[in-house]
Design a protein around this ligand. Sequence first.
Ligand code: E4P
Length: 220
Amino acid sequence: MQLYIDTANLNEIREAHDLGVLDGVTTNPSLISKEGADFHARMEEICRIVPGPVSAEVVSTDHDGMIAEADQLTAIASNIVIKLPCIPEGLKACRTLSERGVKVNMTLCFQPMQAMLVAKAGAFLVSPFIGRVDDISGDGMEIIQQIRQIYDNYGYETKILAASIRHPQHMVQAALIGADVATVPFKVIQQLMKHPLTDSGLEKFLADWNARADAQKAMA
Ligand code: E4P
Protein backbone atom coordinates (compact mmCIF):
# COMPACT_ATOMS: atom_id res chain seq x y z
CA MET A 1 0.00 0.00 0.00
CA GLN A 2 1.36 3.41 -0.85
CA LEU A 3 1.54 6.12 1.79
CA TYR A 4 0.98 9.80 1.02
CA ILE A 5 1.01 12.64 3.52
CA ASP A 6 -2.02 14.95 3.56
CA THR A 7 -0.56 18.37 4.35
CA ALA A 8 1.02 21.48 2.84
CA ASN A 9 3.34 21.98 5.82
CA LEU A 10 6.99 21.71 4.76
CA ASN A 11 8.33 20.58 8.14
CA GLU A 12 5.79 17.76 8.31
CA ILE A 13 6.58 16.74 4.74
CA ARG A 14 10.35 16.74 5.39
CA GLU A 15 9.95 14.72 8.59
CA ALA A 16 7.68 12.16 6.93
CA HIS A 17 9.99 11.97 3.90
CA ASP A 18 12.96 11.29 6.20
CA LEU A 19 11.21 8.14 7.45
CA GLY A 20 11.95 6.66 4.02
CA VAL A 21 8.45 5.28 3.39
CA LEU A 22 6.62 8.27 1.91
CA ASP A 23 5.32 7.82 -1.66
CA GLY A 24 3.54 11.12 -2.31
CA VAL A 25 1.69 14.19 -1.03
CA THR A 26 -1.87 15.50 -1.24
CA THR A 27 -2.86 19.10 -0.62
CA ASN A 28 -6.18 20.90 -0.87
CA PRO A 29 -7.26 24.58 -0.76
CA SER A 30 -7.94 24.42 2.99
CA LEU A 31 -4.48 22.97 3.75
CA ILE A 32 -2.79 25.61 1.55
CA SER A 33 -4.78 28.43 3.20
CA LYS A 34 -3.80 27.15 6.65
CA GLU A 35 -0.13 27.60 5.70
CA GLY A 36 -0.66 31.16 4.43
CA ALA A 37 1.83 30.44 1.63
CA ASP A 38 1.81 31.33 -2.07
CA PHE A 39 0.14 28.36 -3.75
CA HIS A 40 2.48 27.81 -6.71
CA ALA A 41 5.64 28.52 -4.72
CA ARG A 42 4.55 26.05 -2.04
CA MET A 43 3.80 23.34 -4.61
CA GLU A 44 7.24 23.85 -6.12
CA GLU A 45 8.88 23.48 -2.69
CA ILE A 46 6.93 20.31 -1.95
CA CYS A 47 7.88 18.79 -5.32
CA ARG A 48 11.55 19.47 -4.56
CA ILE A 49 11.29 17.40 -1.35
CA VAL A 50 9.13 14.51 -2.59
CA PRO A 51 9.75 12.96 -6.02
CA GLY A 52 6.47 10.97 -6.02
CA PRO A 53 3.00 12.23 -7.02
CA VAL A 54 2.07 15.60 -5.45
CA SER A 55 -1.60 16.56 -5.79
CA ALA A 56 -2.45 20.24 -6.40
CA GLU A 57 -6.15 21.15 -6.42
CA VAL A 58 -7.84 23.60 -8.78
CA VAL A 59 -10.44 26.08 -7.50
CA SER A 60 -12.31 26.64 -10.77
CA THR A 61 -15.63 24.88 -11.10
CA ASP A 62 -15.94 24.94 -14.91
CA HIS A 63 -14.09 22.78 -17.45
CA ASP A 64 -12.15 25.57 -19.17
CA GLY A 65 -11.12 27.20 -15.90
CA MET A 66 -9.92 23.84 -14.55
CA ILE A 67 -7.86 23.20 -17.68
CA ALA A 68 -6.31 26.69 -17.55
CA GLU A 69 -5.32 26.17 -13.90
CA ALA A 70 -4.02 22.67 -14.66
CA ASP A 71 -1.80 24.06 -17.43
CA GLN A 72 -0.14 26.42 -14.93
CA LEU A 73 0.17 23.79 -12.20
CA THR A 74 1.68 21.09 -14.43
CA ALA A 75 4.36 23.59 -15.49
CA ILE A 76 5.62 23.68 -11.87
CA ALA A 77 7.08 20.15 -11.81
CA SER A 78 6.74 16.83 -13.61
CA ASN A 79 5.33 15.06 -10.52
CA ILE A 80 2.32 17.37 -10.11
CA VAL A 81 -1.04 15.54 -10.16
CA ILE A 82 -4.08 17.70 -10.85
CA LYS A 83 -6.82 17.39 -8.27
CA LEU A 84 -10.35 17.99 -9.53
CA PRO A 85 -13.69 17.74 -7.72
CA CYS A 86 -16.13 14.90 -8.48
CA ILE A 87 -18.66 17.13 -10.27
CA PRO A 88 -19.76 16.89 -13.94
CA GLU A 89 -17.36 19.66 -15.05
CA GLY A 90 -14.57 17.90 -13.16
CA LEU A 91 -15.39 14.67 -14.97
CA LYS A 92 -15.11 16.42 -18.36
CA ALA A 93 -11.83 18.05 -17.35
CA CYS A 94 -10.56 14.68 -16.14
CA ARG A 95 -11.17 13.22 -19.59
CA THR A 96 -9.45 16.17 -21.32
CA LEU A 97 -6.38 16.05 -19.07
CA SER A 98 -6.08 12.26 -19.06
CA GLU A 99 -6.14 12.22 -22.86
CA ARG A 100 -3.23 14.69 -22.75
CA GLY A 101 -1.30 12.36 -20.45
CA VAL A 102 -1.78 14.51 -17.33
CA LYS A 103 -2.34 12.56 -14.10
CA VAL A 104 -5.60 13.45 -12.33
CA ASN A 105 -6.76 12.85 -8.75
CA MET A 106 -10.57 13.05 -8.50
CA THR A 107 -11.37 14.33 -5.03
CA LEU A 108 -14.44 14.73 -2.81
CA CYS A 109 -15.69 11.28 -3.79
CA PHE A 110 -18.51 10.09 -1.54
CA GLN A 111 -20.22 7.31 -3.47
CA PRO A 112 -19.13 4.42 -5.74
CA MET A 113 -20.74 5.66 -8.97
CA GLN A 114 -18.65 8.83 -8.84
CA ALA A 115 -15.64 6.51 -8.63
CA MET A 116 -16.82 4.42 -11.58
CA LEU A 117 -17.34 7.42 -13.84
CA VAL A 118 -13.97 9.00 -13.03
CA ALA A 119 -12.28 5.66 -13.76
CA LYS A 120 -14.00 5.66 -17.17
CA ALA A 121 -12.70 9.21 -17.69
CA GLY A 122 -9.12 8.00 -17.12
CA ALA A 123 -8.41 9.29 -13.59
CA PHE A 124 -5.06 8.26 -12.11
CA LEU A 125 -6.45 8.44 -8.55
CA VAL A 126 -9.88 8.61 -6.94
CA SER A 127 -10.13 9.99 -3.40
CA PRO A 128 -13.06 8.65 -1.32
CA PHE A 129 -13.24 10.63 1.96
CA ILE A 130 -13.66 8.10 4.77
CA GLY A 131 -13.59 10.34 7.86
CA ARG A 132 -16.09 12.88 6.58
CA VAL A 133 -18.63 10.10 5.98
CA ASP A 134 -18.00 8.62 9.43
CA ASP A 135 -18.38 12.13 10.88
CA ILE A 136 -22.03 12.18 9.78
CA SER A 137 -22.65 8.64 11.09
CA GLY A 138 -22.14 6.93 7.72
CA ASP A 139 -19.76 4.09 6.91
CA GLY A 140 -16.82 5.52 4.98
CA MET A 141 -15.07 2.17 4.75
CA GLU A 142 -18.06 0.59 3.01
CA ILE A 143 -17.51 3.03 0.13
CA ILE A 144 -13.88 1.91 -0.22
CA GLN A 145 -15.04 -1.70 -0.24
CA GLN A 146 -17.66 -1.05 -2.94
CA ILE A 147 -15.22 0.86 -5.16
CA ARG A 148 -12.61 -1.91 -4.79
CA GLN A 149 -15.19 -4.49 -5.89
CA ILE A 150 -16.38 -2.43 -8.89
CA TYR A 151 -12.83 -1.66 -10.05
CA ASP A 152 -11.86 -5.33 -9.75
CA ASN A 153 -15.02 -6.48 -11.58
CA TYR A 154 -14.21 -4.38 -14.63
CA GLY A 155 -10.44 -4.03 -14.45
CA TYR A 156 -10.42 -0.25 -14.00
CA GLU A 157 -6.85 0.90 -13.42
CA THR A 158 -7.61 4.04 -11.40
CA LYS A 159 -5.95 3.79 -7.98
CA ILE A 160 -8.13 4.04 -4.88
CA LEU A 161 -6.68 6.66 -2.54
CA ALA A 162 -8.27 6.37 0.91
CA ALA A 163 -8.57 9.99 2.08
CA SER A 164 -9.83 11.82 5.16
CA ILE A 165 -8.08 9.29 7.39
CA ARG A 166 -8.57 10.05 11.08
CA HIS A 167 -6.72 7.26 12.94
CA PRO A 168 -4.56 4.13 12.43
CA GLN A 169 -7.61 1.80 12.40
CA HIS A 170 -8.81 3.55 9.23
CA MET A 171 -5.47 2.61 7.67
CA VAL A 172 -5.73 -1.00 8.83
CA GLN A 173 -9.21 -1.37 7.38
CA ALA A 174 -8.35 0.37 4.11
CA ALA A 175 -5.27 -1.85 3.72
CA LEU A 176 -7.30 -5.02 4.40
CA ILE A 177 -9.84 -4.00 1.76
CA GLY A 178 -7.06 -3.31 -0.72
CA ALA A 179 -7.05 0.47 -1.17
CA ASP A 180 -3.99 1.24 -3.31
CA VAL A 181 -2.93 4.36 -1.41
CA ALA A 182 -3.82 6.15 1.83
CA THR A 183 -3.23 9.85 2.37
CA VAL A 184 -2.66 10.50 6.02
CA PRO A 185 -2.20 13.56 8.27
CA PHE A 186 1.24 13.82 9.90
CA LYS A 187 -0.21 13.15 13.36
CA VAL A 188 -1.58 9.79 12.19
CA ILE A 189 1.67 8.89 10.37
CA GLN A 190 3.42 9.30 13.72
CA GLN A 191 0.85 7.02 15.37
CA LEU A 192 1.45 4.27 12.79
CA MET A 193 4.77 3.27 14.39
CA LYS A 194 3.51 3.52 17.98
CA HIS A 195 2.55 0.80 20.45
CA PRO A 196 2.82 1.08 24.24
CA LEU A 197 4.20 -2.48 24.44
CA THR A 198 7.00 -1.53 22.04
CA ASP A 199 7.95 1.40 24.29
CA SER A 200 7.72 -0.52 27.58
CA GLY A 201 9.45 -3.56 26.02
CA LEU A 202 12.35 -1.44 24.79
CA GLU A 203 12.61 0.30 28.15
CA LYS A 204 12.88 -3.11 29.88
CA PHE A 205 15.45 -4.47 27.38
CA LEU A 206 17.65 -1.41 27.89
CA ALA A 207 17.28 -1.52 31.69
CA ASP A 208 18.26 -5.23 31.73
CA TRP A 209 21.19 -4.52 29.41
CA ASN A 210 22.46 -1.71 31.59
CA ALA A 211 22.06 -3.85 34.74
CA ARG A 212 24.17 -6.56 33.09
CA ALA A 213 26.84 -4.02 32.15
CA ASP A 214 26.85 -2.70 35.74
CA ALA A 215 27.18 -6.26 37.11
CA GLN A 216 30.12 -6.98 34.77
CA LYS A 217 31.81 -3.76 35.87
CA ALA A 218 31.37 -4.75 39.53
CA MET A 219 32.94 -8.18 38.86
CA ALA A 220 35.98 -6.72 37.02
C1 E4P B 1 -7.50 14.38 0.52
O1 E4P B 1 -6.81 14.55 -0.46
C2 E4P B 1 -7.99 15.46 1.38
O2 E4P B 1 -7.08 16.53 1.36
C3 E4P B 1 -8.12 15.05 2.82
O3 E4P B 1 -7.84 13.69 3.05
C4 E4P B 1 -9.32 15.57 3.50
O4 E4P B 1 -9.30 15.20 4.84
P1 E4P B 1 -10.19 15.90 5.96
O5 E4P B 1 -11.57 15.33 5.87
O6 E4P B 1 -9.52 15.51 7.25
O7 E4P B 1 -10.16 17.38 5.70
